[in-house]
Design a protein around this ligand. Structure first.
Ligand SMILES: NC(=O)c1ccc[n+]([C@@H]2O[C@H](COP(=O)([O-])OP(=O)(O)OC[C@H]3O[C@@H](n4cnc5c(N)ncnc54)[C@H](O)[C@@H]3O)[C@@H](O)[C@H]2O)c1
Length: 345
């Protein structure tokens, strides 16, 4: 899709929507980007955006509760949507219809219907709308993706995610907390690493006897992907020991060999008999001076800004990212109905 670019020679003006955990990670990234100016901050909770701005020493930053008001007053080039998933549709569509591009936190939306209407709003307004999947920019994942690229046509890929997690209260309110909250990170990573898109899925989502979650905190899903690849995901928020990393534990097998990645360090690879495959190492951190920054936001912002300047779609552009959301919604449908479900967008 072609979208409007910004040609004027001035910094891009950005507004942050949402001043919770991730909004407070995004604002410093916007301040750190030399081509971006933070133009405002909104949160539906009165005083929250103002307080977050003050914590960064931004006493004069326009801040309030009304997105429409700040869009009209500040005319930003783009909005960074850091609100809760239930508000993603309203915030994104409001911004797009008023001519602002949108860089949104994952997941794009709660339902596929909402996501489709957001993609339509981007098309109608001719504005760039992309979703930040920050793990795509992890140096380990980039190295694994390059290594998997050495394996030739893929047949199997697996990822396991096991975490004994009690941190976020909202997870206990969800019917399928693993699929509804976490799985998109691994499903999107599977698409990024394999280059394949989902075709169909069979999924079971359930509650092991020992879990502390009221909902189905564990799941196994088998995806058929384009090219005949089978991708399986198994995970639990109630791991009784031996946790994986936050990006899981991975294996990919292709005609030329096998690669494994622990979700953090350098991947390893072994060639099939008579083949040669290279295992790539992680590249050096481009920002060693900022060790505490949140993984992948700076890289995602850089791609988005380049997109707004050149018309080149960033990773996570909505027409692409909706396929990752569709993996989640189809897996949920399969878990609820007990049948294999085609993945449609
Ligand atoms: N990429 C990652 O690693 C990562 C990590 C954490 C959160 N997230 C995502 O970021 C989003 C926010 O998560 P969080 O942990 O910051 O949540 P949070 O609850 O800490 O913050 C969300 C904020 O949005 C505000 N809000 C709700 N509706 C709004 C609206 N209509 N307009 C303006 N503000 C509104 C809330 O008042 C709250 O302050 C979620 O989609 C979550 O999945 C991503």
């Amino acid at each position: 899709m072609t979208f409007a670019i910004v040609e004027e020679d001035r910094p891009l003006r950005a507004v942050v929507a949402g001043a919770g955990f991730i909004g407070r990670q995004w604002a410093p990234e916007l301040l750190a980007h030399p081509g971006v100016e933070l133009a405002g901050w909104v949160d539906v909770v009165a005083g929250r955006a103002r307080e977050a701005a003050r914590e960064l020493g931004l006493d004069d930053l326009p801040a309030g509760t009304s997105l429409a008001g700040i869009l009209e007053g500040e005319e930003p080039d783009f909005v960074v949507n850091c609100t809760v998933p239930q508000a993603h549709h309203e915030v994104t569509v409001t911004a797009l219809r008023r001519g602002a591009a949108v860089l949104s936190e994952k997941p794009m939306a709660v339902t596929l219907e909402e996501a489709r209407s957001m993609v339509r709003a981007a098309e109608e307004s001719r504005r760039l709308f992309a979703v930040s999947q920050n793990r795509r920019h992890m140096r380990g994942l980039v190295a694994f993706r390059r290594t998997v690229g050495e394996l030739g046509p893929l047949g199997l890929m697996t990822s396991e995610f096991f975490m004994p997690y009690r941190g976020a209260a909202f997870l206990s309110t969800l019917e399928h907390p693993l699929l509804q909250d976490m799985a998109i990170h691994l499903f999107d990573a599977a698409r990024a690493v394999s280059g394949a898109d989902p075709v169909a899925v069979y999924c079971e989502s359930f509650r092991p006897a020992w879990t502390w979650y009221p909902g189905a905190c564990s799941a196994t899903a088998i995806f058929e992907m384009t090219g005949g690849l089978r991708y399986t995901f198994t995970g639990s928020w109630s791991a009784p020991g031996l946790p994986t990393s936050w990006t899981g534990s991975w294996r990919a097998a292709g005609t030329r060999g096998t690669a494994r990645w622990d979700g953090e360090g350098d991947p390893v690879a072994e060639p099939a008999k008579g083949e040669v495959v290279r295992a790539y190492k992680r590249e050096d951190d481009p920002h060693p001076e900022r060790p505490r920054r949140y993984t992948g936001l700076a890289e995602g912002l850089a791609e988005f800004v380049t997109g707004l300047r050149t018309g080149r779609a960033p990773q996570g552009e909505c027409h692409d990212n909706i396929r990752s959301l569709a993996m989640v919604t189809a897996a949920l449908e399969s878990a609820r109905t007990g049948v294999r479900v085609p993945v449609t967008i």
